[in-house]
Design a protein around this ligand. Structure first.
Ligand code: 5GP
Length: 236
């Protein structure tokens, strides 16, 4: 496997071509941004932790029959993945009232939801990833009806697989963001699953162990990321 040219640089990751047109290398950086890139810093070893967490989650999901872009972890910061044509819709699934949902509805954070809520956001930093609905997705051509239906079902399934795995490690999965893409006509789960893209609260204390520590200057950010990785790596 030969690593070739940089294809794309995002806020937290770079994508490199390989000598196989079907495969790309996802490189995890320590750069952290929040509020659409207006807040910027680095979190020590974040890239290493996010790569390792993503590997753990993607292997678990593959075992449970969810197809992901994961092929193998190549190094501390590099993951070999299948090349995807990314659907420009961020899939959010929520189990507990928090974040933008709490702000939008003027509700306090922390109440468990009686069932998971799925939301769609149009992937555009310039527009601050606006909330959209299924009509926008299909009528504006971001995804076909059968694709958004498959992505919605997969999002709920991923949530149902990860929740007990995390609960067994004393982590409450408050919410998370998933991204999907097309690979030879199939919808695969892409991107990453890690403390950057999920809210994890300690089951006993409610302590936030995710990117909210960076967003809201709560301190001990790198420690929280390491703590999540330590718990994911330990047997339940
Ligand atoms: P909220 O809409 O409450 O800000 O985010 C809901 C969940 O999706 C949180 O776990 C949050 O970390 C994740 N999320 C939403 N949008 C983004 C995004 O643009 N980037 C990342 N890394 N996570 C996001």
């Amino acid at each position: 496997m030969e690593k070739r040219q940089l294809l794309y640089e995002g806020k937290a990751k770079q994508m490199f071509a390989t000598d196989d047109p079907d495969l790309v290398i996802q490189y995890f950086k320590d750069d952290a941004t929040a509020f659409d890139g207006t807040k910027k810093s680095t979190i020590a070893s974040k890239g290493v932790v996010n790569n390792a967490c993503t590997e753990i989650f993607f292997r678990l999901l593959e075992q449970d029959g969810v197809e992901t872009h994961f092929v193998e972890r190549l190094s501390d910061r590099e993951m070999l993945v299948k090349r995807l044509d990314i659907v420009p819709v961020e899939m959010i699934v929520r189990n507990v009232m928090a974040g933008s949902l709490a702000r939008r509805l003027g509700l306090d954070e922390g109440a468990p939801l009686s069932a998971p809520i799925v939301e769609y956001c149009y992937k555009s930093d310039a527009l601050h990833d606006p909330l959209i609905n299924r009509w926008h997705v299909t009528v504006l051509g971001f995804a076909k009806p059968e694709e958004i239906d498959a992505m919605t079902a997969l999002t709920l399934r991923v949530n149902e697989i990860l929740r007990p795995f995390l609960a067994a490690r004393k982590l409450l999965l408050v919410d998370m963001k998933l991204e999907f893409g097309r690979h030879h006509g199939r919808i695969l789960l892409g991107d990453e699953i890690c403390p950057d893209t999920c809210r994890f609260w300690d089951v006993d204390t409610g302590r936030k162990l995710d990117k909210d520590r960076f967003r809201h200057d709560l301190g001990d950010v790198a420690e929280a990321y390491h703590e999540v990785h330590r718990r994911l790596s330990s047997p339940a």
